[in-house]
Design a protein around this ligand. Structure first.
Ligand SMILES: [Mn+2]
Length: 307
């Protein structure tokens, strides 16, 4: 009997989560035509992702609010704290991811995790080795997701494999200048205009539990810091409000400038943890970290280490 299986990325979806869900659903429909694989999302897409989908002619994945009783495949995440409502009551059939693993299962499942720059890198490789055909649009989605997650290959998470798969995908998607296209993708999200401070903080936000301390870390990427500097006080006020109303011990917004290759951290709560983690002084609730662009590699492990 044909089953419906939802392929879904993390909460507050980024381009990698959305494009990987679309691409992996397509891959599975090719290799397992007996079942129906449906790309899904949890929450609203950001403007960068909307730009990418429009560019390659895709409509947005279906919104999944509760996965209780459903068959699901997780892409681009594995932890419950970053996943859909109903996680415990869902049948998780597979995980394809590139994050640290915090996952339990009672039966053997297909679990593929690689320390590469994006989930799309893993999927692109899979398409190249196994799929019957790679649609120009799917290649475009995967290329965009690699460029997005690796910040156009500038992030410390970038590997040789990201480059290799991106080049192949660019050929298939008929994109000649990969870096120029990457900046174009990044620019689609970098404007803060029309967004409230709350929307900016939550545009790419992750929750963490560090030894029972509640920590939240958001990240925005800008190509020019003028806008975020102008709104710094407003962003700090909103961080304080969120921390108080949602009981965070530490709340951080990384404002990453992809041209300067560094991040300013706006900090609410335990700023002594930030000082200890990075050996810096937090002044007026902020500190600039040169060369730091990756939340996953350069921020999360260091903060976790001081809890
Ligand atoms: Mn990712």
């Amino acid at each position: 009997m044909s089953e419906k299986i939802y392929v879904i990325g993390h909460m507050n979806p980024d381009t990698d989560s959305i494009c990987s869900a679309l691409a992996y659903a397509e891959f599975k429909n090719q290799v397992d035509p007996g079942n129906e694989y449906i790309a899904a999302r949890m929450g609203e897409m950001n403007s960068e992702t909307a730009y990418v989908l429009e560019r390659f002619g895709f409509s947005e994945p279906v919104l999944l609010e509760d996965a209780t009783g459903l068959n699901i495949i997780l892409v681009d995440h594995n932890e419950k704290s970053q996943s859909v409502e109903g996680y415990d009551g869902a049948q998780i059939l597979e995980v394809i991811d590139h994050h640290k693993i915090n996952f339990k299962c009672s039966e053997p499942i297909y679990y593929l995790n690689e320390p590469v720059g994006s989930t799309a890198t893993i999927l692109g490789d899979m398409f190249l080795s196994t799929a019957k055909n790679i649609d120009e649009g799917i290649a475009g989605l995967l290329l965009s997701a690699i460029l997005s997650d690796t910040v156009v290959f500038k992030s410390a998470t970038t590997t040789e494999k990201d480059w290799r798969v991106a080049k192949k995908m660019a050929q298939l998607a008929k994109i000649n200048d990969i870096k120029a296209f990457g900046i174009e993708v990044k620019k689609a999200k970098s404007s803060l205009e029309g967004l409230s401070a709350n929307q900016i903080i939550y545009s790419d936000f992750k929750d963490f539990d560090f030894k029972n301390s509640k920590v939240g870390i958001g990240q925005i990427e800008v190509v020019d810091s003028a806008e975020s500097e102008m709104r710094r006080d407003e962003l700090l006020d909103e961080l304080n409000d969120i921390r108080e109303s949602k009981d965070y011990d530490l709340l951080v917004l990384m404002v990453t400038n992809i041209m300067d290759e560094g991040s300013e951290l706006l900090v609410s709560g335990l700023s002594n943890k930030i000082e200890a983690a990075f050996d810096v002084e937090v002044k007026d609730n902020r500190v600039y970290l040169d060369g730091v662009m990756s939340r996953k590699k350069q921020i999360v492990p260091l903060i976790e280490g001081v809890f």
